[in-house]
Design a protein around this ligand. Sequence first.
Ligand code: BDR
Ligand code: CA
Length: 315
Amino acid sequence: MRRILIDADTGIDDSIAILYALASPNLRVEGITTCFGNSGAAQSADNCLRLIRLSRCGYEAPVVAGAECALDGGRGQAPAHIHGENGIGNVILPESRQRPLDMDAADFILQKAQELEGELTVVTTGRLTNLARALQKDPRLPRRLRRVVCMGGCLGVPGNISPAAEANLHGDPLAADLVLRGGFPLILVGLDVTTRTFITEKNLLETEAHCAERSREAVAYMREALRLYFEFHRRTEGMAGRCFVHDPLAMLIAEDPSLGEYKMLRVRVEHEAPAFRGMLLTDGRFQSGMDHDEISVCVRVDSDRAVRRLFSVFQ
Ligand code: BDR
Ligand code: CA
């Protein structure tokens, strides 16, 4: 059983990653911190509380609303046509009685890391602002964590927010730079693999047909929310009845890293030149100009196995 803390900007794909984590028998969600991105951090926290209720997971994972802006004060948010006005495809889920914890998200991450010394995996599916703030508060954090898995970045494929950058790194490049060269035992799951992995209409039909009773509401929600996400992929990528698997893939890899193949690289994130904001910079030279620790960048993934596993927990 892996003990995980999720840091999310709870949009449509984040919500599927969260529902997966709550349903998987191999994962225990020790807490969820939220960040601005697909919607505001407070809205994301509210989405998480509703998703926890919807999941019928049998426990109340604590939720903490985190950063409403980037380290440099920027507040760029995804337009509503991607994840809806509320981040979860405009689906109105039943309200939860659970309330968010009234504490700083960075402090919550530090507290959990200390409490679960060496055992906690942090999975980030949004901007890295909360994790960067936690690192700034306590530089010992990387040694306290078992692993960090981040959805973000692109190496050999174009970006999705600019030719050079992926949205999560672009949204707070300074935070991303601090985290990716911060000495964490880190796996980066970027567009190179997430845009090679698809959820299709057929996956949803099959999951509905074989759905476990306890997951019926969660599966109905996914279907409804994905309608908007499929439409976004149709308009921007010319894809019919399918979408990329960004955040759920990071969650699946956090649970089982054998799904991917990795390259060990020293990376930085550009945060000064506007045209290259959020771009991943690597230095693979024998005598590298970067002297911080390497991270594992996921370069290939077994997409079929990943998607099969994603839906298996709801059946
Ligand atoms: C990332 O951007 C967000 O819109 C998605 O939730 C995902 O985390 C993909 O670039
Ligand atoms: Ca996200």
